[in-house]
Design a binder for this molecule. Structure first.
Ligand SMILES: N[C@@H](CCC(=O)N[C@@H](CS)C(=O)NCC(=O)O)C(=O)O
Length: 220
């Protein structure tokens, strides 16, 4: 029995980031899945936990935290080992910079471009999707170059930056492989061919103990 719970929607990159952080920290938790299609995040019961009605939310004993980055920072303060935000000011600056930029330049645009694919509207939205992915390619290429001589996005150790970038990249791959993406070549699969360093990096993250428990249930 644990006094820690993570409220999540399956397949949500922010939720996955938090669950991966819990895995990296080796913390047990109750994974409380909410149904987006049933609108459970807007239920009176959940609004009592988060009046904004969105996820992820971490409840850790008597502390309740919403917002992905706030949760990651909270976890690092409450459970310092292993650190998610580096051990010196230069690392901390780079990690926070990457976390913020990845939210804006990867997670948000990828979420926007895969949504029509998941809704099986990729044929009618093909031009918009292919335009929207252009800046994402630039980010992926920069990551690919960066990972040529680093094991993780901000150095030799996993950090919050990896935990934000990884779910976004995985969502893009799922979109590229989705039934509804028929006829649309997003130029990311197979990842080993398009971005081999990213593929190696993804395998390092997949090897984290606790990875399986964090994996989006409806993707299994
Ligand atoms: N900035 C927020 C974004 C949270 C967010 O967009 N959550 C989505 C899931 S990815 C959600 O709860 N959507 C359902 C809703 O807003 O009703 C964070 O990173 O925590």
């Amino acid at each position: 029995m644990t006094d820690r719970a993570c409220y999540f929607i399956s397949g949500s990159p922010p939720c996955w980031s938090v669950m991966l952080a819990l895995a990296v920290k080796g913390l047990s938790y109750d994974a409380r899945r909410l149904s987006n299609s049933a609108g459970e995040q807007k239920s009176a019961e959940f609004l009592a936990i988060n009046p904004r009605g969105n996820v992820p939310v971490l409840v850790d004993g008597d502390v309740t935290v919403r917002e992905t980055n706030a949760i990651l920072a909270y976890l690092d303060a409450a459970y310092p080992e292993p650190p998610l935000f580096g051990t010196d000011k230069v690392q901390t600056a780079e990690i926070w910079q990457t976390v913020c930029e990845a939210g804006d330049r990867l997670r948000a645009p990828i979420g926007n471009l895969v949504r029509p694919i998941f809704r099986k509207r990729s044929a009618e939205k093909a031009d918009e999707i292919m335009t929207a992915i252009e800046p994402v390619y630039q980010e992926l290429s920069a990551l690919e170059a960066n990972l040529a001589n680093r094991h993780f996005v901000c150095g030799s150790d996993i950090s919050a930056a990896d935990l934000i970038v990884f779910p976004a990249v995985m969502q893009l791959l799922r979109g590229a492989n989705y039934d509804g993406a028929d006829g649309l070549d997003l130029q990311v699969l197979p990842l080993d061919e398009h971005y081999p360093n990213l593929a190696d990096w993804a395998r390092r993250i997949e090897a984290i103990p606790g990875y399986e428990a964090a994996y989006p249930p409806h993707w299994r």
